[in-house]
Design a protein around this ligand. Sequence first.
Ligand code: FMN
Length: 512
Amino acid sequence: MDAKSPPNNARNDLDRFRLRRFMEDLIDCGEVEVRDDRVDLADLATIMQGNAKALWFRNVGDEKMELVGNVVAGRNRLARAFEVEPRQVALEMQRRLRLKPEIINLGRADAPVQEVVLQGADSDLTKLPVHLQHAADGAPYMAALDYVIDPATGMTNSGYRRLMLRGPHEAGVDLNAPSDLRAIYMAASARGEKLPIAFVVGAHPIDLVSATMRVPVDELGLVSSLRGAPLPVVKCITSDIRVPADAEMVIEGYLDERGYSEKEGPYGEYLGYYGGVKMNPVFHVTAITHRHDALFLTTTISGNRMDLTDTSNLEALRCELNVWEALKPVVREPIAVYAPVASGGSMSVRVSLKQRYPGEARTALYTILGSVGVKNAFVVDPDIDIFSNEQMEWALGTRFQPDKDLIIVSGVRLSPLDPSLHGSPVGAKAGYDLTWPMQHAARWELSTPTPPTYAGEKFASIRAALEDGPKRFEALMAAVGSRDGREIVRELHRLRDKGLERDDQGRYFLKK
Ligand SMILES: Cc1cc2nc3c(=O)[nH]c(=O)nc-3n(C[C@H](O)[C@H](O)[C@H](O)COP(=O)(O)O)c2cc1C
């Protein structure tokens, strides 16, 4: 990775990936509901739940802070962030991941995220608009992007993590799922060391997407690649961690050395149900830095409309990218990959592919089911639009025989938050082969309404057309230039006692 000093135009770029700019752009696209009235923290979650738009609250709580939510809770908005069509986002991410990252180190004076520095008593988490997200949550919690330096490699790791408030300068961090941060933290705690960490609150959607990925590279570079632009960074005030300098706010601090030491939760979780109370590490604040006009970002996690949560939409994109990557060496021609967000983002995955050899669809299914978080996988032929629930239902109803086309894989790890496991650490996955078996594909013609397509000779009469050879009704219409069809019914009726017959394909012909 290149580490450069700021070029002259670095300041201009500091606006390009600013969350506030992105939100302004979304307003122009009609994707935002702006609320200028005073809104209490207690009402934020219910206003956002099931709301198809992003929300921009301009007057929240006693501090009258600005808060945005549901920002990435829709594929349209993620597509806007990547400047592509909604169906192209995962493909565009694949393209960008190949771009060379570039990091630009800024000093504090040039870093908007350090315009305001709060330390000591002023770095107070309870002054931020952290709100109760779900009725039975243990306390208000926020989701933020964490950045740490892995002492083993010197590389920066980033993730998206939830922090449940424990006091003005303390929060629990949910670190139960397998993750790089969990491994880094457990190693630090085993050495009896604190782990410095910085949480970014309010960043461009691409930074959010980047944090959901788990790749063995320096993840500052990952942000740069996915942005497709140099990433301006600044060193934290109280640690050596570098964070995006164009973010809205950074909460600096450390995870203490005690390990999983305090009870936390429950949290409303990403599959729409509550998790249990668990032991988690404790985060201690050392500083809060932010822009003068910082925009606080809240992230929607759970509720009864998973398709309209930030988490499900981010998870779906992560999952699609993983599946694309896994299929590449296995399937010659994958056409499209889609993870329907309503299932939580990765529980179901649909893939369309062009089969090149018998068994390819099944091979694809096993590959998809190998991806973390995927429970049900569906493979279809290219004529099915996997982004359409209606087309998928049609394929399931008409191209699937449960005793032949279903694969069950048992005894595999699933998300422990899946209530259907009833507490078991392992469960089953299912693969649905909705493709035509290659040897039968030609037998089934799709019965779609199309204008007459007969491209042969034109005839003066139906009789002349039939004397030319067998034709189906549509071809007879086209052969005599009919734009109606009923006159052909009348003529065929007349021809019945003149030797009119039908062949096995339903074509009309005249017996010689
Ligand atoms: C909105 C959101 C919130 C998340 N919260 C948590 C969390 O609290 N704890 C956790 O372990 N993973 C959480 N995740 C998943 C991690 O961010 C994800 O697994 C990430 O890849 C972990 O990064 P790492 O392995 O580089 O540490 C969350 C994901 C999203 C999108």
